[in-house]
Design a binder for this molecule. Sequence first.
Ligand SMILES: CC(C)(COP(=O)(O)OP(=O)(O)OC[C@H]1O[C@@H](n2cnc3c(N)ncnc32)[C@H](O)[C@@H]1OP(=O)(O)O)[C@@H](O)C(=O)NCCC(=O)NCCS
Length: 165
Amino acid sequence: MLSVEVRPADPSEVDDVIRLNRLTLPENYPPQFFYEIFNQYPQAFVVAKSGTLTVGYIMMRVEKSLSVLKWVNRAHVISVAVHPSYRRMGIGRALMMASCAASYSAYQATEVYLEVRITNDAAISLYKKLGFNVHSTNRGYYSDGEDAYVMRAELPLGQTLQSQR
Ligand SMILES: CC(C)(COP(=O)(O)OP(=O)(O)OC[C@H]1O[C@@H](n2cnc3c(N)ncnc32)[C@H](O)[C@@H]1OP(=O)(O)O)[C@@H](O)C(=O)NCCC(=O)NCCS
């Protein structure tokens, strides 16, 4: 992988994340939402830095959910993206692994899930390599009507890894 540092974001980097989100994804949120997630789960709000440039990010929130009659902490990947010029270098994978590890160790999450467009082959391939499985389909989940797969994995990642770089 290129010399890229993957670490929790500084408060001053949240605006970079907002810009990168707008550049890379149609799912955008008000700035306040990014700051709320950052303030609540700072260790799982991870950026990839190439020098001073923020070239990737991931943000998670941890939710209490009922699973087989007991409460569990489930990490929810809200958004993950890598700048188009920095893709296919292992950054997406590193971001996912860092944020999942933080969700497990800092926020006691024992599961992680996310929604992904059913046509997003790149992301689906990444998640499967990290051990995620398709749990269900949310019909018309996105504002343009596209369906989402809900994909899940157990934490810590690595217990069911199918392939490794
Ligand atoms: C999905 C995304 C985050 C992947 O980031 P990345 O840094 O390019 O991913 P990595 O280099 O870590 O790739 C890891 C694996 O993902 C899969 N992958 C990544 N890009 C791919 C592509 N264009 N086509 C097919 N598989 C791809 C591959 O399995 C890859 O492993 P390999 O390189 O050994 O084949 C990036 O493409 C992106 O930002 N997309 C736009 C935003 C987005 O869709 N976010 C997800 C929303 S749910």
